[in-house]
Ligand binder design. Structure first.
Ligand code: PLP
Length: 420
């Protein structure tokens, strides 16, 4: 069956024809037949160079042979145990070795679960109810954080089905704006349990923190006895082995991880300082549990993946990222287009706006219709990027120069076409 036929059937049995909203694009998404390295193949027999990479986890590319082998070996020995297994201790140790703030680790199954647990833990630890997140940041699909910015700092539910009361303690602030945060702290500081931040905003495209901003957040949270939580579900093991906290040299109290940590299998991780983490049940009173927590298949994939992520590999990714961003800038300049190229390490995005993008407000100045024309032209040219201006493109270790050059050719053709 081809994608069109499958999508028709899918719409009957899956709301919107997909299992997660961003996967839907017009007129219908292609259905995957398989993935290999940096190539994703559709059931229609078309091959795409993939910069979505399942929204981030596949830093080694699709079906890396050594990860597949580790997983296969594990599956033969069982897929879930309901008792602890050695791999959990090993993977926890690897995370603690790499991620500066990690002294203890709780494994879960998704980034959503990890941020939900992080908020509960921060509230319990501080005895305070309010939390701060940033406009445009995404921390998963649970009620505490699924808010849209309201007037001032007050948030409103971003979906029907979330009681206003549930988010009445969720405050929002603009990213990269020290003054606004100082004001918020003056007004509400003693009531705030945590500031949760994506150190690089990866859910409104790709926005880096301004020089010193993460350190500013570290200082202001210390001054106000507030926990600083880095949501590194995207940046963890992506921008450096120790994530954004290593890259920018700022250590939070807690970190949430996922995506790469599970080597392509479902995973969520909450990690942080021992004195805080020891409050999690059964060591302490803060409840967190899951049938599949520490799932041995995800753990085996995570271990093998982290083992393969050595310094050389990160240097290679950095080189490829710089090459891609440089190539994009050259094309834009040749075509006399004043759009923004954003990104770092193996992350990038093009914003279809003339304004420098530093926060949610400036990201929203982008021409999203133009972006979708660009997306479709790229797709026609055999390149798959996430179908939204407000997602980020990822490079894997399987992307080679030849793929980058073919991609840049497709980008140039796409930009010419969507301007015309
Ligand atoms: N936090 C961030 C920064 C994310 O980008 C995501 C998902 O994209 C999540 C949390 C939620 O993770 P999951 O989709 O695994 O629940």
């Amino acid at each position: 069956m081809n994608s069109e036929e499958l999508f028709r059937m899918a719409q009957d049995v899956l709301p919107g024809g997909v299992s997660s909203p961003v996967r839907r694009f017009e007129p219908y998404p292609f259905f995957a037949a398989g993935g290999r390295g940096c190539v994703l193949e559709s059931v229609d027999g078309v091959e795409y160079i993939d910069y979505c990479l399942a929204y981030g986890p596949l830093i080694l590319g699709h079906a890396h042979p050594e990860v597949v082998e580790a997983v296969t070996r594990q599956i033969r020995r069982g897929t879930a145990y309901g008792v602890p297994s050695e791999g959990e201790v090993e993977l926890a140790g690897m995370i603690i070795d790499r991620v500066p703030c990690a002294e203890m680790v709780r494994f879960m199954n998704s980034g959503t679960e990890a941020t939900m647990a992080a908020v509960r833990l921060a509230r319990a630890f501080t005895g305070r109810d309010k939390i701060v997140k940033f406009e445009g940041s995404y921390h998963g699909a649970h009620d505490y954080v699924l808010v849209k910015p309201g007037s001032g700092a007050a948030a409103a539910p971003d979906s029907p089905g979330i009681p206003g009361a549930t988010v009445s303690n969720t405050l929002t602030a603009p990213f990269n704006d020290e003054e606004a945060m100082v004001e918020l702290m003056e007004e509400m500081g003693p009531e705030i349990a945590c500031i949760m931040v994506e150190p690089v905003m990866g859910n409104v495209g790709c926005i880096e923190p301004m020089n010193g901003y993460l350190q500013f957040l570290r200082d202001i949270t210390m001054e106000n006895d507030i926990l600083l939580i880095f949501d590194e579900v995207i940046t963890g093991f992506r921008v450096a082995a120790g994530g954004a906290q290593e890259y920018y040299g700022v250590e939070p109290d807690l970190v949430t991880l996922g995506k790469i940590a599970g080597g392509g299998f479902p995973m969520g991780v909450l990690a942080g300082k021992r004195e805080i983490m020891e409050n999690i049940a059964p060591a302490g009173p803060v409840y967190q549990a899951g049938t599949f927590n520490g799932n041995p298949v995800s753990v085996a994939a995570g271990i093998r993946t982290l083992q393969l992520l050595d310094e050389d590999l990160y240097h290679g990714l950095e080189r490829m990222g710089s090459y891609m961003r440089g190539g994009l800038r050259d094309i834009l300049s040749d075509l006399d287009l004043n759009y923004q190229v954003a990104g770092l390490a193996s992350m990038f995005q093009v914003y279809f706006t003339g304004e420098e993008v530093t926060d949610y407000r400036t990201a929203r100045t982008s021409d999203t219709e133009l972006f979708m024309r660009y997306f479709h032209s790229l797709l026609d040219g055999g390149v798959f990027i996430p179908p939204s201006q407000f997602e980020c493109c990822f490079i894997s270790a399987a992307h080679e120069m030849e793929h980058a050059d073919r991609t840049l050719e497709a980008v140039e053709a796409a930009l010419r076409e969507c301007q015309g």
